[in-house]
Design a protein around this ligand. Structure first.
Ligand SMILES: Nc1ncnc2c1ncn2[C@@H]1O[C@H](COP(=O)(O)OP(=O)(O)OP(=O)(O)O)[C@@H](O)[C@H]1O
Length: 808
């Protein structure tokens, strides 16, 4: 704490800044609301101000320019409104707590020092000359996170600035009042961190700007590597750092990077709601958030039904080892591997020479163009043309063929039949409809298109009009033409969508016997139980379903054949819980977003999916993806979430000795509660829930292994205590405080004040593959960890030293 004199000075300065903020907010207030009104007004009256007249070319041109002009006025007003609004919002946000830190810095060669106050956004005094508050993301503020008093430096676009940090101070300010002030010799004083971490869990993730640690700052500000990999122990702040990194990037590149050019891949839909509020709190628009599964489903469309990754994990967790089970596990590993990726590339090359499969085009009950004809045509193109380009050539050929078949079709009997069925009235009606439609189709112009293009269309329409009104004598021919055209429409649409390529057949063909597979793919490392893997995959495909592990390879093959659908807009992708993605999935992401940098955050200790990727080994596929020189690896070992006792206990569950250093914050030891029956367990859990709530913990999770176990726990506990519990399933979209019952794999990334492991017996957590799941479940606890067992507890606990937990 500082002395009374310093305290008074600080409070005086704080009052000054607060007053200044208040008066600027008040100044801007009428302007902000006035502008909003203006914009809404212009929007409303947009079309009133424009006279749309397209009868002649000149009228059309005039209309076009008048719309453009109106558009320009609107967007200028909107821009200025947005900027003022942003300034106003930032000041409002600063008001209750304008800053959290200060450094006094004397640059080398200068005789005076500068006081730099740091907050969540910048605030400049009235004349625009002095920063009363510096945004935490400014270059100078980086010293606050990176240095303790003494020699310090920071990077600017103009070069490195060296000097001495004379003072480092931290503040806790509430509603414009100083609550606490610490001078610190540490990077970020532990005192403040202690206070922050001692609090209860929130329904939403917290912003950590005031207490970012040096190693986290390195993640946030890394702007060099195309690939940044963060391996960090449970609770080491990976997700927190990732979100601050998003905010930092948006600030640093504010003139060219927009929030929607950043995508965060999160572990489940509920997680989205958990992190969603952090960025707006920092004053940024939100980045795009999705799950990889959602992304796959989007690209797969409705052709195939995709297995849920959580169903996959339930299968892995609950099925008893049988021959089919082992094959499925082998399949999951193999289909996620780089080897399989290479196999698919070789397969595509092989398809360039032979083996392509197409689907014939059917009309009524006839086959208009057979698969065989397509194949002949396809292989008649030059071998050197890329597969995807040959598919395009074939598409064009098919469209031409369809056009000529369509002409022939007009003479067919069924067309005559349809014509005969039209009575006079209908005839006239159809005729008028056709006429209108014909005019409408020809007259379409789009204001967003290039003017010249519109001009071309318009001219064509003008010339075409004569034809329209000249066809009176040819109505039957026209009607025939229109009838067939309408019927052929779906055929043309399907050809344009490349439905004639039998991608499902091509993926299915891959899963042949070993000799064929080797021949098609040059693959040498075929996994064990290949025949069984093939059978399982094919069985699914017949039902138009895909295993989750097949989805990425399937889409990859589709793209090798049909061409890649890249997204060149996105500049940054963030993959949270990165250990759960396969090397194959990473390669796929890299291809999909060729202009994006990648930040992967994960913990191999929590790798619960069978296709897991080791993140931090130097030769891991993830490092190979961009190459060593393009990759930065950062290891976080300090764990902030849980108390020292919980971290020491959970660390002992991983016998390979992960490097995890607990932050010094004490709580009780984990409690192992032995019970005799499930009734007794339900009773004890209910009692414990009541005690925990009375202690003030309001975010509590009863964690189970599977969704079935969750349901069972939910029912047992609800009937026992009548407590308001919330059952979380993979469909749950929002994260809320309270008592939840949740399977461990859905609790990933999330934290609770207290965690109760519903069944920690050896019957539930026994297999080596379940170790990390158990670890993940236990590491969700911030302050209390309670484990229940009927009979013998899991061997993972038995292996740990008994003084790490207490038995009741
Ligand atoms: N620098 C910090 N200051 C204050 N709190 C922090 C800091 N770093 C992390 N925390 C807190 O520690 C907890 C864990 O952080 P976070 O969820 O980001 O960790 P994680 O590494 O993603 O964890 P996991 O892998 O277990 O999901 C959160 O409550 C977060 O607010």
């Amino acid at each position: 704490m500082i002395d009374a004199n310093d305290w008074n000075q600080e409070q005086e300065r704080l009052d000054l800044v607060t007053e200044s903020l208040q008066s600027r907010i008040a100044e801007l207030e009428p302007e902000v609301s006035g502008l909003r009104g203006q914009v809404v007004d212009i929007r409303k009256r947009f079309w009133e101000e424009v006279t749309v007249n397209t009868s002649t070319f000149d009228d059309f041109e005039e209309t076009f320019y008048s719309i453009k002009q109106q558009e320009a006025v609107l967007s200028e007003r909107e821009r200025s409104h947005r900027q003022r609004m942003l300034r106003w919002k930032n000041m409002k946000r600063l008001l209750p707590s304008p800053y959290f830190g200060r450094i006094d810095f004397q640059e080398d060669g200068l005789s005076f020092s500068e006081q730099i106050y740091i907050g969540v956004s910048s605030f400049v005094d009235e004349d625009g000359m002095n920063f009363l508050v510096y945004d935490w993301r400014t270059p100078i503020a980086s010293m606050y996170y990176d240095y303790s008093p003494g020699a310090a430096e920071y990077e600017t676009p103009g070069g490195q600035i060296m000097g001495t940090m004379l003072l480092k101070r931290q503040y806790q300010i509430r509603d414009g009042q100083l609550r606490n002030v610490f001078d610190t010799s540490l990077t970020i004083g532990d005192e403040l961190l202690q206070q922050v971490l001692g609090k209860g869990a929130d329904a939403q993730m917290k912003s950590i700007v005031a207490t970012i640690q040096k190693e986290q700052n390195a993640i946030i500000r890394n702007d060099k590597s195309p690939m940044l990999i963060v391996q960090g122990a449970a609770g080491s702040g990976k997700t927190s750092a990732a979100l601050q990194r998003v905010a930092y990037l948006l600030y640093k590149h504010r003139d060219r990077l927009k929030a929607d050019q950043i995508i965060l891949f999160s572990p489940n839909p509920m997680f989205n709601s958990y992190v969603s509020t952090v960025l707006p709190e920092l004053g940024e628009e939100n980045m795009q958030q999705t799950t990889f599964q959602e992304y796959l489903a989007y690209w797969l469309g409705s052709t195939l039904r995709l297995e849920d990754p959580f169903d996959q994990i339930e299968y892995v967790l609950t099925t008893k080892p049988t021959q089919g089970y082992e094959a499925r596990l082998n399949g999951i590993k193999y289909k996620g591997s780089e080897a399989f990726l290479r196999s698919l590339q070789s397969y595509a090359q092989w398809l360039g020479k032979e083996g392509m499969l197409f689907r014939g085009i059917h009309f009524q009950d006839r086959e208009l163009i057979t698969a065989e004809q397509m194949k002949l045509q396809f292989y008649s193109y030059d071998n050197s043309i890329r597969l995807a380009n040959r598919v395009v050539l074939l598409k064009e050929w098919l469209l031409r063929e369809l056009a000529s078949l369509e002409r022939k079709e007009q003479e067919e009997l069924w067309v005559q039949d349809e014509l005969d069925y039209l009575d006079n009235e209908q005839y006239a009606e159809v005729y008028n409809l056709l006429l209108k439609k014909y005019q409408r189709e020809e007259a379409v112009f789009d204001f967003t298109n290039q003017y010249v293009e519109d001009y071309g269309d318009f001219r064509e329409q003008e010339q075409g009009e004569e034809n329209v009104f000249d066809f009176t004598g040819q109505e039957e021919a026209l009607l025939r033409q229109m009838i067939v055209k309408e019927r052929f429409k779906p055929l043309r649409r399907d050809v344009k969508r490349l439905m004639f390529v039998d991608v499902i057949g091509l993926y299915d063909q891959l899963f042949s016997d070993e000799t064929d597979y080797r021949m098609m793919t040059n693959e040498t490392e075929i996994p064990g139980q290949w025949a069984e893997i093939c059978m399982q995959t094919k069985e699914k495909l017949i039902q138009l379903e895909l295993f989750y592990e097949d989805a990425t390879p399937f889409l990859y093959l589709k793209e090798l054949i049909e061409g890649t659908r890249m997204n060149t807009e996105v500049r940054h992708i963030f993959v949270d819980e990165g250990q759960d993605y396969s090397p194959f999935q990473y390669s796929f992401l890299k291809r999909l977003f060729p202009r994006a940098r990648m930040t992967v955050l994960g913990d191999f200790g929590q790798a619960i999916f069978a296709q897991a990727t080791n993140l931090h080994e130097e030769d891991s596929p993830l490092v190979r993806l961009y190459g060593k020189d393009e990759t930065s690896l950062i290891n976080l070992v300090r764990s902030y979430r849980s108390t020292q006792e919980i971290v020491t206990f959970t660390k002992s569950l991983l016998p390979w000795g992960e490097e995890i250093v607990p932050f010094e914050r004490s709580g009780g030891k984990p409690l192992l509660k032995k019970t005799d029956s499930s009734e007794e367990r339900a009773k004890r859990i209910s009692e414990d829930l009541a005690v925990l709530k009375a202690e003030g913990f309001d975010s509590i999770a009863v964690i189970t292994k599977t969704s079935d176990e969750s349901r069972e726990a939910y029912e047992a506990l609800t009937s026992q205590s009548g407590e308001a519990l919330r059952l979380i399933t993979k469909e749950t979209l929002t994260f809320e405080k309270g008592v939840v019952v949740i399977p461990a794999y859905l609790a990933k990334g999330v934290e609770f004040d207290a965690v109760l492991i519903y069944d920690a017996s050896s019957q539930v957590y026994n297999r080596e593959s379940e170790r990390k799941l158990f670890y993940t479940a236990c590491t969700r606890a911030m302050h209390r960890l309670l484990l229940y067992t009927i009979g013998e507890c899991t061997p993972f606990i038995q292996e740990t030293s008994t003084n790490l937990y207490e038995v009741e």
